[in-house]
Design a protein around this ligand. Structure first.
Ligand code: GTP
Ligand code: MG
Length: 325
């Protein structure tokens, strides 16, 4: 992280710095990846001033502008891969769930989205030797489906798998859960998550996983009818970019769950598709489609990825957590 403070950026006085911080732009890095209009509105400054501040922040934080391929490769080397705990699934993902990216889990009720999210919240706390990222977790829970008891079962499962003495209590202490009461609150919680992640990083407990379960439930419930769609998509776009920014800032995995709806015009192929339209489709880096199969088996299909072939993996949801089938 850069050493300089917001106040040291040209064009930022103490008053502006205060407004920026209130709006969640706590660091030079956060300003560097903001859009001019976003910054102009929150700090009540002109857009051209905002653009100048952003440019200065980019130089200070050493981000933005053009980069050569070798520099990009260098940053990609920082990308962590978080194990799913399932061999086939990890292989399909090229090693695991990537940091600095949004992974979307979609599928119908009971397909295992929330289960997978719980499992990742456990796995991410393991050391790298065991497929984890030595990290803590933030969960934005919109449907009140976080279950600490389930985390404890999964920790017990891992203890047995690796023959280690793992303490469920310790795992629970590293999972920070917030209920989101509506879509606006959900968007604001990403700012609070950023504050918390800054604190946790300073305490030596970096956040390596941010979960939003579920991404669309509030948006769908609140924006009903055709006339509201543009407004909804604009809000959603802001939210998705807030999540991407979080992943970049903290080198964290961002995992969101999503619902499906029937596609009435589908004569061929699968008649379900994720909700959220192009905004979600284009900002999610990896899209995974979860389907129920026989008994405790679930089929996971990698639908969209920038660098991996499409594929399917079969996993099992058991009391001990997600395992190979
Ligand atoms: P929605 O949020 O309703 O859209 O569904 P989801 O995709 O999040 O489903 P979820 O991950 O909650 O999956 C629920 C299913 O997981 C249940 O129907 C069970 O089959 C399975 N499951 C949940 N808890 C346990 C458990 O403790 N043991 C076992 N064996 N299976 C479990
Ligand atoms: Mg769920």
């Amino acid at each position: 992280m850069s050493e300089i403070t917001l106040e040291e950026l040209p064009g930022v006085g103490p008053a502006t710095a205060e407004k920026l911080k209130e709006a969640g732009f706590n660091t030079v890095e956060a300003v560097a990846v903001a859009s001019p209009s976003e910054l102009a509105t929150t700090a009540e400054i002109g857009e051209s001033t905002a653009a100048k501040i952003i440019n200065a922040a980019r130089q200070a934080a050493d981000i933005g502008g053009f980069e050569t391929g070798d520099v990009v490769l260098e940053r990609r080397k920082m990308v962590g891969k978080l194990t799913t705990g399932c061999t086939e699934f990890d292989e399909m993902m090229g090693g695991g769930i990537e940091s600095q990216a949004i992974t979307e889990l979609y599928g119908e009720f009971g397909s295992g989205k929330t289960q997978l999210a719980h499992q990742l919240a456990v796995n991410v706390q393991m050391d790298r030797e065991h497929g984890g990222l030595d990290g803590s977790v933030i969960i934005i829970d919109t449907e009140n489906t976080f279950r600490p008891e389930r985390i404890a079962q999964m920790v017990k499962g891992l203890s047995e798998k690796y023959g280690m003495e793992l303490d469920p209590e310790e795992f629970l202490q590293n999972i920070h859960v917030a209920r989101a009461y509506n879509s606006n609150h959900q968007i604001l919680l990403v700012d609070s998550a950023t504050d918390l992640a800054n604190e946790l990083r300073d305490m030596g407990k970096p956040v390596r996983l941010l979960i939003v379960d579920s991404l669309m439930a509030h948006f769908r419930a609140e924006y009903v009818g055709r006339g509201t769609l543009a407004d909804r998509q604009q809000k959603l776009n802001k939210h998705m970019h807030g999540l991407l920014r979080f992943g970049d800032l903290f080198n964290a995995c961002v995992v969101v769950t999503n619902q499906v709806m029937a596609k009435p015009d589908a004569f061929f192929g699968d008649p379900t598709r994720p909700v959220g339209g192009h905004v979600v489709g284009h900002t999610a880096t990896f899209r995974l489609y979860l389907r129920k199969s026989k008994g405790d088996k679930r089929i996971i299909r990698l639908v969209d990825s920038p660098n991996l072939p499409e594929g399917e993996a079969v996993i099992a949801v058991t009391t001990d957590g997600l395992t190979d089938q």
